[in-house]
Design a protein around this ligand. Sequence first.
Ligand SMILES: [Zn+2]
Ligand SMILES: [Zn+2]
Length: 231
Amino acid sequence: MSRPKQSDTDSRPTHTIEDYLMTMHVMERDSGKIVAARLAEMMGVTPATVTMTLRRMQRDEWISGHRRREIHLTELGREAARSVTRRHMLTEWLLVKIFKFPIFETHDEAHRIEHAISPKLEERMYEILGKPELCPHGNPLPGNEALTKDWVSLVDIPVGAEVIIRRVHEFAEDNQELLAFLGEKKIAPEKKALIKENLPFNQTLTIEIGDGIVTLGFAAAKHIFVEIIKS
Ligand SMILES: [Zn+2]
Ligand SMILES: [Zn+2]
């Protein structure tokens, strides 16, 4: 059997660096750039810690020419970022499909497991889990970004529209209280909802979902992306 082309687990970055790389992948995917200032907030560490980690990442050639504001992944860094993102998402599916975890309780477990998965196991997981294009939260596995481009943030949906929830963005995943709330209210991909109220001056919107009425602040709602079925 030929060797898998992905780097071996031994030549991978550390867990911490992999987690930075995954966040960088998401930032670059969404906005085309990686802003150092936002990393501290996303990673839940101080700016000084971020600066130190970025210096290490530059030394090890995961990123290049790190100037103050904007960060660029090297070829090597980008491949490593895509690799850990894939492993994270496949692990989420493993937890949901095989181990029956509720979809909003996969985050911590996935972070424990994802770093240990070899390229060979990743390949097997991908096959057995049915070659998924999206994670259980509707975020694209690297290479499948086009699938999500027509979904609109819930914040921008007018009153009266019927929608199908398609995606809860990765950046919601670090907020445990928000995830618990979404889980409790059963706000998840594939669920239908009706927009009852959208109040920009109040930064809230209200949706009917299942048998319930739920009010969300824009700060939470901006992470939820939907497909309009009737406007
Ligand atoms: Zn992790
Ligand atoms: Zn996910």
